[in-house]
Design a binder for this molecule. Structure first.
Ligand code: T1G
Length: 687
């Protein structure tokens, strides 16, 4: 008897239950258990039918993603599906929770499907850079309209089975006990001719309409559609044209190829690394309860954080200057009005959220808050004074949090007089959209405070990642290294537009100089001056950014920075004045500009980010390489399909290439290899 697939019998019907928490993933043991269970159903004369059901929270939610980086083990999921479909007795899949991917595919192989209200079914494989690999592209178009099959598989979005019951994703919705209903339904099929889904063709009766839908999907996917997208359309197109087993074989071939692609490896890394990153450390206590949040500062960040808290059900009080109170309320209301206009929120939901918002000019209004967060300008003295005031009004045990991007969390904790209650919660702009959030743990931050900060971050649907208190924490440290590498390339001969084009080709939505022009060159200029980087020993310092600022070129806000901008336009245009500044700075450094390829630009920037990540691991600022990847993807635009700087470098084979690197120029500070990098290069392993 399998530990993860339990078989019992009720009224002559086998109850085949998957017990593999937390989501009944179809691991090798589960697949073996299901194949064995189907063999027993077929051979046991005491059994007339069977139901498949999931224990706990859900019907199987898919293949076990953790097995994907190892060679596929038998029985493969298509074998399981075929064992179900070819069972000589009726098999009814009883769905609840989220029947996704391979989980929904085994349900599609059953002779019928029942679901409880709220059950979601879907084939989200494209989000992992692959496609259904166990019959989804061949069975689903036999059960639902081809347009619905194309939409479900190409979007990867699950559907609510009850709300779409007329479409055929399931055969019935069960209000009462699922297993009992399944058994009754299965018994009703006994003695009747079975129609395996693979043998059904009624959905193919309109050949022209079917092909037209496929052609439309292909057109919509476009010439530069991903391999997965093209393969999905090809397989759905083939479903009515090929014998069923050949259609399955075509699908399986495509799936096995896709599984080995860099994109697929990167995306499953992101899936698993995200879930690891947001977990608080195992030794932390249960978090304290937080229901009321106080936020100082109703500006861009403060209002974004306010919206995240209101969305999550918290009551929020925003403390602002008297003259800014209405502006704050209007800013938060405006975010919600836009959500209502876009149909993402009903007016009632907006009003309910806003009913939990209050604004006040008095610091004493925070007296009952469980968590107090400041999102005021990043000025040390301003924040220090604010925390002294906060400490005077905050109730004992309230969490005190700073949203600073780079100030010393321990210093601010000290000024609060309650360092054990103090933590950094660094959001990324725009805060109501970006999921990344750094939980910056100070020297004296208590375990309870850290646990509560993680619980709060997860509650407001962020991805909290732990960072020790260090300059730039994690995300901005890696971003600074990226920008430093870009500046080296700029000084060596590449233009801003060449560098930006190369990094967009890599997968960033915007290149580093476009981002700098948008954010404002003066911000990083102030940071460089604060850190005295221009005079730091032993590091190569590129003055081009400073020269731009000295010429009053702060970016879009001054209609000129690395680019120039026409009145009212954000389109970056090459500017001879900027080029002249770059040429002058190169000449001052005695640099003879050279041609630099897009590949070298991408490789240099990637190595810089990966190596800085290695230093963060050396210094134990970041706990895991995956944490760095998640922050860069969710907070700073690193392309998800590359997996983050650490995974991208590994998948690009850079660790192996770096093994051949003879010298590490002492000037190029980011070439000073981190210990983590040296270990990874030496062992040929990942981080
Ligand atoms: N494999 C392994 N572990 C999984 C898993 C999976 N498919 N799905 C979830 N987990 C783990 C997850 O790592 C976490 O572990 C715990 O379950 C809770 O997950 C052949 C090839 C089901 C909607 O893409 O979308 O089938 O951290 O935190 O927010 O065609 O998990 O507790 O140790 O996300 O409530 C297709 C992926 C796979 C579904 C639940 N299936 N999972 O969300 O919990 S490919 C998917 C999800 C495939 C076949 C193809 C979500 C969820 P831990 P969670 P949640």
């Amino acid at each position: 008897m399998s530990e993860v697939v339990k078989v019992s019998a009720r009224d002559g019907v086998a109850v085949v239950e998957v017990c593999n928490p937390p989501v009944n993933a179809l691991s090798q043991a589960v697949r073996q258990g299901l194949v064995d269970a189907m063999a027993r159903v077929a051979s046991d004369d005491g059994i007339q039918a069977a139901i498949l059901i999931g224990a706990g929270r859900t019907f199987p939610a898919g293949a076990d993603i953790r097995e994907f980086d190892a060679p596929a083990q038998e029985p493969h999921l298509p074998d399981v599906c075929n064992a179900i479909e070819n069972c000589p007795k009726p098999v009814v899949a009883c769905l609840h929770g989220t029947a996704l991917g391979g989980g929904y595919e085994i349900a599609l192989a059953a002779h019928a499907r029942l679901a409880t209200p709220g059950t979601r079914v879907g084939l989200p494989e494209i989000g992992l850079g692959v496609m259904p690999g166990a019959g989804g592209t061949q069975r689903l178009p036999r059960l639902v309209a081809v347009e619905d099959a194309l939409s479900m598989i190409l979007s990867g979005a699950p559907v609510d089975a009850a709300k779409t019951r007329e479409k055929g994703y399931v055969d019935g919705i069960v209000e009462g006990d699922l297993a009992s209903a399944g058994i009754t339904f299965a018994k009703s099929l006994v003695g009747k001719p079975l129609k395996p889904v693979g043998a059904r063709r009624e959905r193919f009766s309109d050949g022209f309409g079917y092909q037209a839908a496929v052609d439309a999907a292909r057109r919509e996917a476009g010439e530069d559609a991903s391999r997965a997208r093209r393969a999905i359309i090809d397989c759905i197109e083939a479903a009515p044209l090929l014998p069923f087993d050949q259609g399955l074989a075509l699908e399986r071939d495509h799936f096995l190829e896709l599984r080995e692609t860099v994109e697929a490896k990167a995306l499953r890394h992101v899936f698993l690394a995200t879930r690891l990153a947001v977990k608080p450390r195992p030794d932390l206590p249960e978090p304290a309860n937080v229901s009321q949040v106080a936020i100082f500062g109703g500006g861009l960040m403060g209002s974004g954080i306010t919206v995240s808290c209101l969305d999550a059900g918290f009551s929020v009080i925003v403390i602002e200057q008297p003259e800014a109170l209405e502006r704050t309320r209007a800013r938060v209301g405006g975010i919600y009005d836009r959500a209502v206009e876009r149909g993402r929120l009903s007016p009632q939901m907006r009003d309910e959220r806003l009913s939990r918002l209050s604004v006040d000019a008095e610091k004493s209004a925070i007296a009952s808050a469980d968590l107090i967060l400041e999102a005021v300008p990043d000025d040390r003295d301003l924040k220090a004074q604010l925390f002294r005031d906060i400490a005077a009004h905050a109730k004992p045990g309230a969490i005190l949090a700073t949203n600073t991007s780079y100030l010393d969390v321990d210093d601010l904790a000290e000024t609060s007089g309650r360092p054990q209650d103090f933590v950094g919660l660094h959001f990324f702009s725009p805060a109501h959209v970006q999921q990344a959030m750094e939980v910056v743990v100070g020297r004296e931050t208590s375990a309870l405070t850290e646990a509560t900060a993680f619980a709060f971050g997860n509650a407001i649907k962020k991805k909290p990642v732990r960072s020790e208190n260090a300059e730039g924490f994690i995300g901005n440290r890696v971003l600074t290294a990226y920008r430093r590498a870009a500046d080296y390339l700029l000084e060596d001969g590449a233009s801003p537009s060449e560098i930006d084009a190369a990094m967009r080709a890599f997968g960033f939505k915007m290149g580093p100089y476009q981002v700098l022009d948008m954010a404002g060159l003066d911000i990083s200029w102030a940071r460089r001056k604060r850190l005295g980087e221009a005079t730091a020993e032993g590091t190569r310092y590129v003055r081009i950014g400073d020269a731009m600022c000295e010429a009053g070129r702060f970016g879009q806000k001054t209609a000129k920075g690395y680019y120039r901008y026409e009145e009212g336009s954000r389109t970056p245009l090459t500017d001879p004045e900027a080029t002249a500044i770059i040429d002058r700075e190169r000449a001052a450094k005695g640099v003879t500009p050279r041609e630099i390829s897009s590949e070298e630009i991408q490789r240099t920037c990637l190595i810089a980010m990966m190596n800085e990540g290695g230093k963060l691991l050396d210094e134990s600022v970041a706990e895991r390489a995956g944490d760095i990847d998640i922050l860069m993807i969710l907070g700073l635009g690193f392309p998800r399909e590359k997996g983050g700087p650490m995974k991208a470098a590994e998948l690009a084979g850079l660790l192996g290439q770096l093994r051949d690197l003879e010298t590490w120029s002492k000037e190029d500070v980011f070439w000073t290899p981190s210990k983590a990098l040296k270990n990874a290069v030496k062992n040929g392993s990942q981080f």
